[in-house]
Design a protein around this ligand. Structure first.
Ligand SMILES: Cc1cc2nc3c(=O)[nH]c(=O)nc-3n(C[C@H](O)[C@H](O)[C@H](O)COP(=O)(O)O)c2cc1C
Length: 343
């Protein structure tokens, strides 16, 4: 209630964070149905895209329901990133460049967050991508490579100067990976220093933290990652608790009560249904047997949609033996239905 009363901060768009292995197209569309205003693809290697790797292009599929379509790319070579922007600009509405990934398999090629340690290269990359691209180029970054090498503010000003259209800042360093807490105060300094929109990211998990982050940073948008895994309904929850949205949640339209298992069941069924629709479209459209539905993300989602529910842990052990997507989806559905009356 305190939250509802306290609002004098205006509404800002909510972003579903790009998350490899999580934010496949079906999940992004589901997050949209739940109130996410912007969704971004999983990061995809510019090197793979430029050599026409089919699996990587598959990751960058979109759908008219996802507008704007924002593919995210990463790479350590400027020419590859630029070529990739050239290839993507016909399908993308915005192209997002990743300077935030801390994974060694990325940073060892001096890509992702490692580029924050080479600010001249990073800025040059952004400048060249902006020059070649007809669509806006946005940037997602961390605070710097380490606590004594915080340079996000300097980089933010420089990428603004070379034409970046928006910056998202995850308030941790590369070295921190996901430890510690996201430093929203440092995000505030960036918000104050540049004129382009700055999106705040890191540790927003509910309406209370969303409001706090917004009050501290004054950011133009909030991005939510881990808290949306298995919980796409978080976007509606935040918007309605903050009084940003009066409409009932999408699960309410189907006479589903608001308990946790019910919400998860609705979300899971929607996830599977959207996947099926996309699968059919792909089969018809490209006469291909390749299936979005069979991607390995579904196992990951089966795990996350059953987290925090009674009996979920033992159910998930069984899931390991069941990797066939259709069976998997039925089994998750059965598990969630079995909980409806007891949660
Ligand atoms: C499983 C996972 C995969 C991620 N993949 C990406 C990615 O592909 N691109 C990216 O820019 N950030 C990626 N991130 C970082 C998130 O976008 C986000 O910046 C980070 O999780 C902090 O936000 P949060 O505290 O809301 O989770 C990933 C994070 C997780 C947990």
């Amino acid at each position: 209630m305190g939250i509802m009363m306290a609002i004098d901060t205006g509404q800002v768009p909510l972003f579903l964070a790009p998350m490899a292995g999580v934010t496949d197209l079906a999940f992004r569309l589901l997050a949209r149905e739940c109130g996410a205003d912007f969704t971004i693809s999983e990061f995809t290697a510019a090197a793979a895209l430029t050599r026409q790797d089919a699996k990587s292009w598959h990751k960058l599929e979109s759908d008219p329901r996802e507008s704007p379509f924002i593919p995210q790319i990463f790479g350590g070579k400027i020419e590859e990133m630029v070529h990739c922007c050239e290839l993507l600009q016909d399908v993308a509405d915005i192209i997002d460049l990743n300077f935030g990934c801390p994974a060694p398999k990325v940073t060892r090629h001096c890509a992702g967050a490692a580029l924050m340690g080479k600010p001249d290269d990073l800025v040059q990359m952004v400048e060249n991508c902006v020059e070649i691209s007809d669509v806006p180029i946005t940037v997602k970054m961390r605070l710097g490579t380490d606590s004594d090498k915080i340079n996000a503010l300097e980089i933010a000003k420089r990428v603004e100067d070379v034409g970046a259209s928006r910056i998202c800042v995850h308030g941790r360093t590369l070295r921190q990976r996901y430890s510690g807490i996201s430093n929203w105060d440092l995000i505030t300094e960036i918000v104050d220093a540049v004129d382009i929109p700055v999106v705040a990211n890191g540790d927003i998990v509910d309406a209370e933290s969303a409001l706090k982050c917004l009050e501290i940073t004054g950011a133009a948008g909030l991005m939510i990652g881990r808290a949306a895994i298995g919980r796409p309904e978080i976007f509606h929850q935040i918007k309605s608790e903050l009084g940003w949205q009066k409409e009932p949640p999408p699960w309410d339209n189907e006479n589903i009560s608001d308990n946790l298992a019910n919400k998860r069941l609705w979300a899971w069924q929607r996830y599977v249904m959207i996947n099926q629709e996309l699968h059919e479209k792909i089969d018809i459209g490209h006469n291909s047997k390749e299936s979005n539905f069979s991607n390995k993300n579904i196992l990951r989602h089966a795990f996350s949609f059953t987290k925090g529910l009674p009996g979920g842990k033992s159910f998930r052990t069984e899931l390991h033996n069941n990797r066939e997507p259709k069976e998997l989806s039925r089994s998750v559905e059965g598990f969630l239905k079995s909980l409806i009356n007891i949660d």
